[in-house]
Design a protein. Structure first.
Ligand code: SAH
Length: 242
């Protein structure tokens, strides 16, 4: 069976005994039906993985004894996905898969053709953060991805200066991801995926004028919620992370 994994705070991991309560405790006892003596991984979401054994399973909480700690450096380059806001639960899917595939951050943005009428956006962002944490836990990610607050087009353009390389997926064609990232030494990569309606020409031009490279994901038009997955996978392959 897969070793159960939970995120706990870095402060909690300083002690040799860690208590799980609430949803984590419930998941351990009721869903996974763990037993005293079973091994569990405790992650701080910032590189530390502690191996622990279940010492006590109570009604309200469980106690785990840490037996080993290992810290892992975060992989490079870090991949930052910028996804144009999508309708309904499509964005949940993007966050879930991007977190599983190892995106360091996922930031929704709006542009001309985005589905910008987003009722209860704050609550949606909260949900995406929970989805990202859950997906990361299942994947056993050492580093938790960040889900950024949605940004508008101008803010997105401004933020690009902090990335060594920016790729934007363009269904009208562009370079090959492997070609752009050949011998890439950037530590931070921005990956941009447009809305269901695609980018408009002025937006393509603005991106290019800032040095962003347009990339193709092949001859077929992918749905916006799948293009990010393909782009992350292509970038990971090109950078030797897959
Ligand atoms: N409305 C457009 C398709 C937009 S697809 C049309 O019907 O032609 C939504 C987004 O997914 C695009 O903005 C782009 O970022 C990405 N995308 C989809 N297919 C792609 C491909 N083959 N190559 C690169 N990007 C693609």
């Amino acid at each position: 069976m897969t070793t159960p994994r939970f995120y706990v705070s870095a402060a909690d991991l300083e002690d040799d005994r860690v208590t799980l309560s609430g949803g984590d405790h419930h998941h351990l006892c009721r869903v996974l039906r763990a037993r005293v003596g079973d091994e569990v991984w405790l992650l701080d979401g910032r590189g530390l993985k502690a191996t622990a054994r279940i010492e006590r399973l109570g009604r309200e909480s469980s106690t785990l004894k840490v037996t080993d700690r290992k810290w892992e450096e975060e992989e490079r380059p870090r991949l930052h996905l910028f996804q144009s806001l999508l309708k309904g639960s499509k964005m949940d899917l993007v966050v879930e898969v991007a977190a599983e595939l190892g995106a360091a951050s996922i930031t929704p943005f709006t542009c001309r053709y985005s589905q910008a009428t987003t009722p209860a956006l704050e609550r949606r962002v909260e949900r995406w953060r929970a989805v990202a944490a859950q997906s990361s836990r299942v994947a056993g990610r050492r580093y938790l991805p960040e889900v950024g607050d949605p940004v508008d087009w101008k803010e997105l353009l401004r933020s690009l200066s902090r990335f060594g390389v920016t790729l934007f997926a363009d269904e009208r064609g562009g370079e090959r991801v492997a070609h752009v990232l050949r011998e890439c030494e950037a530590e931070e990569l921005a990956l941009i995926v447009g809305p269901e309606g695609g980018f408009e020409d002025a937006e393509r031009e603005e991106l290019c004028s800032l040095g962003a490279r347009s990339v193709s994901l092949g001859p077929h038009v992918l749905r916006a919620e799948f293009a990010g997955m393909a782009l992350i996978a292509a970038a990971r392959c090109a950078c030797g992370l897959m």
